[in-house]
Design a protein around this ligand. Structure first.
Ligand code: BES
Ligand code: MN
Ligand code: ZN
Length: 514
C-alpha cells in the first residue's frame, strides 16, 4: 500500500488516504453582478409583507389571493416556485417590511439558492429590495456569502458526484460598479469559511497534524506571513508540556504553529490580536476512551485551528489594519502504550502544573501552551476557538457559540461582531468561586471539575490561568462547529462557524478598555 503525498509533500498516515488540495477547488458556484437578468435564468424575487399583506413584485402575474391559496405568506425564507415564460420564478418571503435587516437577506438568499439547485442559472434582485435604511453594499456582501455558503457540498469522497445544475447566480442591481467591492468581499469571506469546512470534513487519516500544518504553511506562503513551526523535537526545549502529554499516545507527531500577519507600513504600536485554535485532528479520548458514538464525529476537533488557518489564508487580501498572530495547537489524542496516564502531572509553558484526571479533557491541555505563548507576545487581546466541551452542546445546542471572557469591553466587542454577521453567541460566567473545582491535591490544578457540573465554565476557568490577565475571550464551538443537517447558510458537517465573526472582529478591532 502506498501513502500518497499531501499538499506540500507530507505523507499521509494510513492506507488509501486521499490528500487533496483543499480549498483550491471550486466548491461552489460563481456569483456575478449585472443590471439585467441573463436570458434564460430563473428569477429569484423577495416578497415583503406590507400593511395590506404580501406585496406582489412587478413581473409576477399572481394576486395575493393566488399566493395565499398556495400557502405562501411571505414568511422569512419561505419559498414559492412559479413556472414562468422563461425559467422559473422563485419567490422568497422577507417577512414584515419594518423588520427587514441584513439577516433577513442572508436567510432569503440561502433559501433561494437552495430552491434553485436544479436550475442552471439564478438571477436575484434582492439587493434592490433592501430598504434605504439598510446599507445596500452590506446587503450585497451578505447575499453573496449566503449564496456561496448555502450551496457548499463536500463531495471529495464520492465516486459519483451528485449532479448540481446550478452553476451561477447573478445579482441584479442598478449599478454594478457600486457593488463590485462588496461582492468581491463576500466571495473572499466565503472562501475562508469554505476552507474551514473542507479542513474539518476531511477524514482524520488525511488530516493528520502534519497535513493540517501544511495548510498553515500554504497560508503563510500565499500571504507573506512569518511562520514558526515547533515539531516533536522542540517540545521539551519550548516547554510545551501539555501538547507533549496529549500527543504521547499517537503515532503522528504534534505541531505548534505560529503565523504573524503585519499590516503594510504599520507602526510598531499597531493594535494586535492573537487567535489560538484547538487542532485535535482526531479525539479518541485517549486512555479515557470515548464510546464509539461520541467518537464518530471527532475529526471535527481541529475546527478551531482550521479557523485560524482559514483566516490566515485570506488575510493579505483582507488587509486589515491590525497585526494578527495565529497559533494552532495541533495533535491527535490517541490511546496507546506510550499514552499519557491519569494521574500524570504536566508543566505548562507558563510554568503552572496540571494533574491529568481525564485524558479526554485534552483540548485545554494543548490550549494552555498556545495561550501561554500568545500571552508572551503581549497582544492587546486574545481569542481562543475550540471544540472544547460536550457540555456546551447541552447548554446551548448546535446553533449558539458559548462565549467566556475576562474583560467586559472585549467580550462585548466579540459578541457585537458575531451579531453583525448573523452568528449567535451567548455568554457563560467565569465566576471565581468555581476555581476550587479544579484544585488538585498534588499540582496547581487538575484538568476537570465535578462530573456534570458547569463543564463549559470549568473549561473557561482552566484556560483563564494561562492568559496572564490579558483581555481574552474563549469561544467554545463544540456545538455549532459540526452539525448533521443543512439549515440556511449552514451545511451539514463542518460549518466554519465563527470564521465570519472573527474576520469582522479583526476588521473592526479596537483595543479593549481595562
Ligand atoms: N472534543 C471534545 C468536546 C466535544 C464534544 C466537541 C462533542 C464536539 C462535540 C473534548 O475534548 C472533550 O472530550 N471534552 C470532554 C471534557 C470532559 C472530560 C471534562 C467532554 O465534553 O466530555
Ligand atoms: Mn476530548
Ligand atoms: Zn477534544
Amino acid at each position: 500500500l502506498t501513502n500518497r503525498q499531501g499538499p506540500t509533500g507530507i505523507r499521509c498516515h494510513g492506507s488509501g488516504a486521499r490528500p487533496r488540495n483543499l480549498g483550491a477547488m471550486p466548491a461552489t458556484i460563481s456569483v456575478e453582478l449585472a443590471t439585467t437578468a441573463p436570458k434564460g435564468a430563473s428569477i429569484g424575487t423577495g416578497v415583503v409583507i406590507g400593511k395590506n399583506g404580501p406585496e406582489i413584485p412587478s413581473g409576477v402575474s399572481l394576486t395575493a389571493a393566488n399566493l395565499a391559496a398556495r400557502g405562501f405568506e411571505a414568511k422569512p425564507g419561505q419559498i414559492l416556485a412559479i413556472p414562468a415564460k422563461s425559467g422559473t420564478h422563485i419567490l422568497v418571503g422577507l417577512g414584515p417590511i419594518g423588520a427587514l435587516n441584513i439577516d433577513t437577506f442572508r436567510t432569503a438568499a440561502a433559501a433561494l439558492a437552495r430552491a434553485a439547485f436544479s436550475e442552471t442559472h439564478l438571477a436575484v434582485s434582492l439587493v434592490e429590495t433592501a430598504p434605504t435604511r439598510l446599507d445596500r453594499k452590506a446587503v450585497a456582501q451578505a447575499v453573496t456569502e449566503a449564496v456561496l455558503l448555502a450551496t457548499y457540498t463536500y463531495t471529495a469522497h464520492r465516486s459519483v458526484v451528485p449532479p448540481r445544475a446550478l452553476i451561477g447566480v447573478t445579482l441584479v442591481v442598478r449599478s454594478e460598479r457600486a457593488m463590485t467591492a462588496a461582492v468581491e468581499k463576500g466571495k473572499l469571506i466565503a472562501e475562508a469559511v469554505i476552507l474551514n469546512r473542507d479542513l474539518v470534513n476531511e477524514p482524520p487519516a488525511s488530516m493528520t497534524p502534519r497535513i493540517l500544518t501544511s495548510y498553515a504553511e500554504r497560508a503563510a506562503a500565499d500571504n507573506g506571513l512569518a511562520i514558526t513551526i515547533f515539531d516533536e523535537t522542540d517540545l521539551d526545549r519550548e516547554r510545551l508540556g501539555g501538547l507533549k502529554a496529549v500527543s504521547l499516545g499517537s503515532a503522528e507527531p504534534p505541531r505548534m504553529v505560529k503565523m504573524v500577519y503585519m499590516p503594510a507600513g504599520a507602526a510598531r504600536n499597531v493594535p494586535t490580536i492573537a487567535l489560538v485554535g484547538k487542532g485535535v485532528t482526531f479525539d479518541s479520548g485517549g486512555l479515557s476512551l470515548k464510546p464509539s458514538d461520541g467518537m464518530l464525529t471527532m475529526k471535527c476537533d481541529m475546527a478551531g485551528a482550521g479557523l485560524v488557518i482559514s483566516i490566515m489564508s485570506i488575510i493579505a487580501r483582507l488587509a486589515p489594519a491590525v497585526r494578527v498572530i495565529g497559533y494552532c495547537c495541533i495533535t491527535e489524542n490517541m490511546p496507546s502504550g506510550t499514552a499519557t496516564k491519569l494521574g500524570d502531572v504536566m508543566v505548562a509553558r507558563n510554568g503552572k502544573t496540571v494533574e491529568n484526571h481525564n485524558t479526554d479533557a485534552e483540548g485545554r491541555l494543548i490550549l494552555m501552551d498556545g495561550l501561554s505563548l500568545a500571552a508572551e507576545d503581549k497582544p492587546d487581546a486574545i481569542v481562543d476557538i475550540a471544540t472544547l466541551t460536550g457540555a456546551a452542546i447541552v447548554a446551548l445546542g448546535t446553533e449558539i457559540t458559548a462565549v467566556m471572557g475576562n474583560n467586559r469591553s472585549f467580550t462585548s466587542q466579540v459578541m457585537a461582531a458575531a451579531r453583525s454577521v448573523g452568528e449567535e453567541t451567548w455568554e457563560l460566567p467565569l465566576f471565581p468561586r468555581y476555581r476550587k473545582h479544579i484544585d488538585s491535591s498534588i499540582a496547581d490544578m487538575k484538568n476537570i471539575g465535578n462530573a456534570g457540573q458547569a463543564g463549559s465554565i470549568i473549561g473557561g476557568i482552566f484556560l483563564q490561568e494561562f492568559v496572564d490577565g490579558r483581555p481574552w475571550v474563549h469561544l467554545d464551538v463544540a456545538g455549532p462547529a459540526f452539525v448533521n443537517a443543512d439549515d440556511g447558510m449552514i451545511t451539514r458537517g463542518g460549518t466554519g462557524v465563527m470564521v465570519r465573526t472573527l474576520i469582522e472582529l479583526i476588521e473592526t478591532f479596537e483595543r479593549p478598555k481595562k
